[in-house]
Design a protein around this ligand. Sequence first.
Ligand SMILES: Cc1cc2nc3c(=O)[nH]c(=O)nc-3n(C[C@H](O)[C@H](O)[C@H](O)COP(=O)(O)OP(=O)(O)OC[C@H]3O[C@@H](n4cnc5c(N)ncnc54)[C@H](O)[C@@H]3O)c2cc1C
Length: 426
Amino acid sequence: MGWDFSTEPEFQEKLDWVEQFCREEVEPLDMIFPYAVRSKDPKIKALVKPLQDQVKAQGLWALFLDEELGGPGLGQLKLGLLNEIIGRYGSAPQIFGAAAPDTGNMEMLAAYGTEEQKERWLKPMINQELWSAYSMTEPQGGSDPRLFKTHAIRVGDDWVINGEKWFTSAGRAADIIFVMCTNGMFVVPRRTPGVEIMPEPRSHNHIKYNDVRIPGDHLLGPEDGARVLAQRRLGGGRIHHAMRTISQCNLAFDMMCERALSRESHGKIISEHQMVQEKIADSYAAIRMLRLFVLETAWKIDNTSTQEARTDIAAVKYSMAKVLREVSFNALHIMGSLGTTNLTPLQAMYAGAPTMGIADGVDEVHKATVARNVLTHYEAHEGFWPTEYIPAKREKAREKFEPLFKADEDLRKIADGYAKYIKSRT
Ligand SMILES: Cc1cc2nc3c(=O)[nH]c(=O)nc-3n(C[C@H](O)[C@H](O)[C@H](O)COP(=O)(O)OP(=O)(O)OC[C@H]3O[C@@H](n4cnc5c(N)ncnc54)[C@H](O)[C@@H]3O)c2cc1C
């Protein structure tokens, strides 16, 4: 019998180690030196490296990658349980060698790169000697890839890219950028002549690619394969976001409960007011439902594939955005005025919550995908009545019982009595 929701003791020990390590080592570093992992200052590096060495010693470096690619090969379910912890701490994903957007790019390289490409880019990315970004969205519209125009043409042995991209996260700081063109996915070193990073936005960059010439071997995967590669990249990324979102929701929930027990109003501790209880109860159930859905989807990926689990990945994506919006709002509200300041994580969490419904594809597009996929398992009914139309079902059932009625007229009379009673109630 399957359906075991317990965690094996050896892995629980790892989870306990991660929890303690994040609380005692990662969070204090983050409070004083935010973004320390990307710092080039040797003094800051000296603080980061020992922590990363501890992660490596635990066999948890580059959590999301298979063993042969330099990761622990945990699979998605275990990764989900780990992400539930590390998602609570801003810099933890980077301390564990598992930060977006590099993770998705590494997965794409691992799946589609040639041995030479993996040697050149993947290895240094795993070791955080090379940082990357992902350029897909364009200024004229992000939700519909058919509107994308950025294109590469062959010139001798090289490719020349022209186009314009929007909201490339960390593009300005990346060493290489994965650029989705209408005819393929290309790896573009940021310092290549013609890569023009616009002044705004600061963190998610608007980039113009003006006659950017790159060698022929910078095409990743097959020519015209960009959409397949993008799906592969984003599928994994979405479930990882969802795993980390659970920990954000848990953080908000913990804060909500602690505060509800700590404040008094109108003669009661506020946790005794029913409307406060409702927020706690609704948030609790929403987080539990989301967690089960995320972990089941992770399990499905492990047991089938990202492609097979794509409907659930899409459903998880918009569900987590909704749960984060609701739970962070409830927590902020129960925190009262303090919740509206930047003195707790709640204000930033709530302000950032709508982002989860946009990044990696807007809710509407995922909902349309889910509805479309789900509907392929259904057919329209014939005639006027749906399959569950009760009078038609009764008629059919009556036909099934007819041989019994023929053999026993008393049974028919009893059935007629039931029929009369049912009719009197409709
Ligand atoms: C924090 C963050 C980080 C990001 N990082 C990256 C990155 O690294 N690289 C990258 O390439 N992109 C990145 N993006 C961009 C992201 O992929 C796009 O924002 C997303 O695909 C939506 O595109 P858009 O912003 O152009 O919105 P639009 O496509 O203009 O959509 C706007 C609104 O129109 C409506 N809409 C659109 N399509 C439909 C539809 N089919 N049905 C119903 N309603 C619809 C929805 O209400 C939607 O919210 C990031 C975005 C965010 C917020």
